[in-house]
Design a protein. Sequence first.
Length: 256
Amino acid sequence: MDANNQTIRFIDSDYKELFRIPDGGSIKIIFPPDDIRGFAVRECRHIDECHFSIHGNGSDTYHIAQFAELMERIGAKYEPLVQLHSIEFTPCMAGEEKFCTRNREENNTNIGQITGNFGNQGDRFHSNWSDRDNGRNTPEFQTELHSVIYALRQGLLKDRDSMVQYCQAHPEAKIPERAHLEHFGFKLETETRQYFVLCVADSNDSRFVIYPYDKSAPVLEKPSVMDEIKAAQKAQREQPPTPKPGRGRKKSETEL
């Protein structure tokens, strides 16, 4: 989901996606109670869509299915090392529905969007990232984004039935005048960003879109016309005067 699509996908032995982490992120492996290792933290590096390497005491390369089968065989669990705790999903307030769409306002702080669905059976997690290309898709943002998605997948976006039930339990989140489909908007906040989640909770069309926004000032600011005029005037004042013909000092032979 990052700008270069360098994400590492973790699945179970049934090829069901559990979570993703950015390239260079770490996972926590929790061994069964009778294993003296307890747990281990391992950095992971992206190789390609289906392979990654784990770095600890050395480096090992795995296919994502091979790793899932290994963990299942030894009875170990695995999860992202970086997780968000004590976060709250709240229904969007009146007027915030504009953040649950592709925001085309100039200089707005939207970073991009994730569109996703739960597959034909409603128990999968398929997603696609679309970047805004405004300099905000940083490694730090990627780490937080995957943590947000992991948190959402523990409840609201666990599967299609969970999303539909959550929306039905929060009618105040319903967004009016959205064609003929049931649209619901939710929001969660971190210290530096806001994440708006649009849920299409219809029996024939269940999907979601996540819109992250940066709380900070715009990274890319287009200068105003007045700023451009002032900059041009300043450059003109600082330009050295052109000497008049015949008034300059003669060069000596050593200067030629």
